[in-house]
Design a protein around this ligand. Structure first.
Ligand code: SAH
Ligand code: F3S
Length: 483
């Protein structure tokens, strides 16, 4: 049997539930892997690494059909209750597949695995392997262990559960990411030590650990050589990056950005997600000095009320946020800003909510994400009295989302006549003369051009607004390839 080269997909934008895209194969002798990814971009990144890992070690190829798979992996999210509920309903469906095919291997990873540990197997005994976000690199060994004990009687089998936090070891064991397309995520730190009172991340992913500087730079240089032009640096508190240098010194996030910008080929830099407290003056200077930095920033604030911010343990006031944005807009007047908001936090009054609504209007966000507060077991906020009726929270959310949507529409409309820097990503599926790219603010831009330009940056004048997320334009200037 010849094992096909494994090529993971271009990474999709984070959504609540995605399937890591397959390399199609019709060869039935090839072992197939199906991964369901829930939650954030970190999970998207981790799922791709899992696929790389099992592709390299055991020759698995991704499939988009769970009925067709030899292994099913669920990379789970526990940030809100709804996400967590999805896990057991999803596993219930997989149980039926296992009844039809007893050789099927089922693994559960990610933050629910981290939180629940062997409870997963108590509720779903047909799950063979449980691994956490920091132990996914041990998947090949776990799979071998599973296979070695398949024939053993049940009472002799050891439970395959590993949800420990072995520091940053994970990255040392992952194969070099394989590339498709011009954009890539690079995880630079794991975990979070901010302990916002509502958030489960420090407990599921552990405290902050940064990858060593040289590892990050080498990974990015390798990606650039393979044609990647846009890098998104990932971390739960990405601007808290403190990576060790070869000389044993500490490299901060702005210093890292400057070094990445020097790598030939990297024409655009994004990052997610940052905390306002560590949004330093030095980081603001990077926006002034580095043309590779996109004019788009996702800086979650969570609430427009100082009382609520304090109860959330965000450790800053609204004025601190406003000042930082004002400084940023001084060096980058065209900055597109987005944020996250939690609505209905315990103790949020009508007045607090009105402050949030006003804040969203004042700050002129490009788009934002908003969620009803979800009580997470083990977090300090879960102890707070919460007497706001669910319906009131839902009504508040609807109001916020209305304001957010209108400002997104206004921002897209405002692109008309402007010049946008676009990374040309592909030829349109519908018309071979039309190219498709993304602007700094993530809107899709289409224009007439030549297929050989794909992978380059261009200045495009926007001539028509098509939808909230799609605009048409005309080429003004094609940048030379940055490699
Ligand atoms: N450091 C990451 C946090 C990931 S959580 C970041 O800043 O993006 C992503 C968002 O989920 C948070 O910003 C917050 O708005 C929301 N969130 C986190 N915990 C939540 C909870 N218990 N209930 C509702 N929304 C929550
Ligand atoms: Fe969560 Fe706050 Fe960290 S939202 S991921 S504890 S910055």
């Amino acid at each position: 049997m010849t094992v096909q080269t494994f090529i993971p997909s271009a990474v999709k934008a984070a959504s609540e539930n995605t399937v890591t895209q397959p390399t199609h194969t019709t060869d039935v002798s090839i072992k197939k892997l199906y991964i369901e990814t829930q939650g954030c971009q970190m999970n998207e990144y981790d799922s791709h690494r899992m696929a790389d890992l099992l592709g390299d070690s055991h020759g698995y190829v991704l499939t988009d059909n769970p009925n067709d798979a030899d292994i099913l992996l669920m990379n789970t999210c526990s940030i809100r209750e709804k996400a967590q509920e999805k896990v057991f309903s999803g596993l219930g469906r997989w149980r039926k597949l296992k009844e039809q095919n007893p050789d099927l291997v089922i693994g559960v990873g990610g933050c629910v695995a981290s939180q629940e540990g062997d409870n997963i197997q108590k509720r779903a005994p047909y799950v063979d392997m449980v691994f956490g976000p920091q132990t996914l690199h041990r998947l090949p060994q776990m799979l071998d262990q599973h296979q070695a004990q398949v024939e053993k009687p049940k009472k002799e089998k050891i439970k395959l559960v590993d949800i420990s936090f072995p520091d940053i070891e994970k990255f040392d064991f992952l194969p070099e990411p394989r590339v498709e397309g011009f954009k890539a995520f690079v995880s630079i730190m794991e975990g979070c030590s901010k302990y916002c009172s509502f958030c489960v991340v420090p407990y599921t992913r552990g405290e902050e650990v940064s990858r060593p500087l040289d590892d990050v730079l080498a990974e990015i240089a390798g990606l650039a050589e393979k044609g990647v032009r846009e890098i998104s640096l990932l971390g739960q508190n990405v601007n808290g990056y403190r990576g060790e240098t070869f000389e044993g010194e500490i490299c901060t996030f702005p210093e890292l950005l400057r070094l990445v910008a020097e790598i030939p080929g990297i024409g655009r830099l994004r990052y997610t997600t940052s905390h306002p407290l560590e949004f330093s003056d030095d980081l603001i200077q990077c926006y002034r000095d580095l043309p590779q930095m996109v004019s788009h920033l996702h800086l979650p604030v969570q609430s427009g009320s100082n009382d609520v911010l304090q109860a959330m343990k965000r450790n800053h006031t609204i004025d601190v946020y406003i000042d930082k944005i004002a400084k940023l807009r001084k060096v980058r007047p065209d900055m597109h800003l987005s944020s996250d908001f939690i609505i209905g936090f315990p103790g949020e009054t009508d007045e607090h909510f009105a402050e949030t609504l006003q804040f969203i209007k004042d700050l002129d966000f490009d788009h934002s994400y908003s969620f009803v507060y979800s009580k997470r077991p083990g977090t300090p906020a879960s102890e707070l009295p919460d007497d706001t009726p669910e319906q009131v929270k839902k009504d508040r959310l609807a109001q916020v989302q209305q304001v957010i949507k209108q400002s997104s529409i206004d921002k897209t409309d405002a692109m008309l006549g402007k010049i946008e820097r676009v990374l040309i990503e592909k030829v349109s599926d519908k018309d071979p003369n039309v190219l498709v790219g993304t602007a700094d603010n993530t809107r899709l831009v289409t224009f007439i051009g030549d297929a050989t330009w794909v992978g380059r940056f261009a200045e495009i004048e926007i001539t028509e607004i098509k939808t909230l997320n799609l605009v048409y334009g005309e080429l003004l200037n094609l940048e030379p390839d940055v490699a």
